[in-house]
Write a protein that binds this ligand. Structure first.
Ligand SMILES: [Zn+2]
Length: 271
């Protein structure tokens, strides 16, 4: 059974079994902020119901760490809350949302009906580099640190609680999802993220952790980018590169797609 974990003063995380996903909550006096909204309206309503274990206050602010369906397809349920995201998040959702909905519905038939009722509702409050928001007297900082898991990931810091929400720029328990990623930029972005970590860092999926985990992920991303460069220079075959995976706890095959994406970026296909 999942439950809320207080990772900093009045900052909570709940880990949902579906996709082993972390949803964050910041409480203040009289209102609440929610970080990411899950994959469907049904799942989003589950967040709201679970939130009643913590507070009766309304959710007035939502932040989408990025526009992937599992982080933003529940948005509609939280209206009239203000929904924050990076300026490139709404166009990403408009460009990819319907395709992603169809593909996930085909892959996960048990979710198809719930996905069909989703009204895709992108953030209406956007910024390019940084934004500071106040929720019931608490300061919450939003930063875009560069391209990484997508071209529009944002990191959420709650300075008075020493908590950083990393979205999918970091991922515990699996090789991070690279298919919309920018492998050549991701290491630098992850190092910048690690510099913000004073206490707890909450990845989009998997265990929350600390500075050492964030740094280790940045190093793994750098290793992926370097393997890609070696393949491009003709020093390595892809199959040989798999043996050098920087994620040895997971299947070697899991870095094949990340390497292909790295090669695509090296060929200039992602710009
Ligand atoms: Zn994602």
């Amino acid at each position: 059974m999942s439950a809320w974990t207080e990772v900093g003063e009045r900052v909570f995380v709940r880990r949902y079994a579906f996709y082993d996903q972390n949803i964050g909550v910041v409480l203040g006096e009289g209102e609440a902020l929610v970080i990411d909204t899950r994959s469907t309206h049904v799942q989003a309503r589950e967040i709201l119901a679970d939130l009643r274990e913590l507070t009766a206050d309304p959710v007035t602010v939502v932040v989408n760490t990025h526009g992937h369906f599992d982080h933003a397809f529940g948005n509609r349920v939280f209206r009239p809350a203000r929904i924050w995201g990076h300026v490139d998040c709404p166009p990403f959702m408009e460009r990819t949302g319907e395709v992603r909905r169809a593909r996930i519905a085909a892959d996960l038939p048990e979710l198809a009906a719930d996905l069909l009722e989703v009204e895709i509702d992108p953030p209406d409050r956007v910024f390019a580099e940084t934004a500071t928001i106040e929720v019931a007297g608490r300061r919450v900082e939003l930063r875009h640190l560069g391209r990484g898991h997508t071209d529009h990931d944002i990191v959420i810091s709650v300075p008075d609680a020493n908590v950083v929400f990393a979205g999918d720029l970091l991922e515990g328990g699996a090789v991070p999802f690279f298919n919309d990623g920018y492998q050549l930029d991701w290491p630098e972005t992850a190092y910048r993220l690690a510099e913000l970590v004073r206490g707890t860092v909450v990845p989009g999926h998997g265990d929350h952790a600390g500075f050492a985990f964030a740094t280790a992920q940045a190093e793994a991303f750098r290793a992926i980018a370097e393997l890609g460069r070696r393949i491009q220079r003709g020093e390595l075959e892809v199959d040989d590169a798999l043996e050098l995976t920087p994620f040895p706890e997971f299947a070697r095959e899991d870095i094949r797609a990340p390497l292909q994406r790295t090669l695509a970026q090296l060929r200039g296909e992602l710009d």
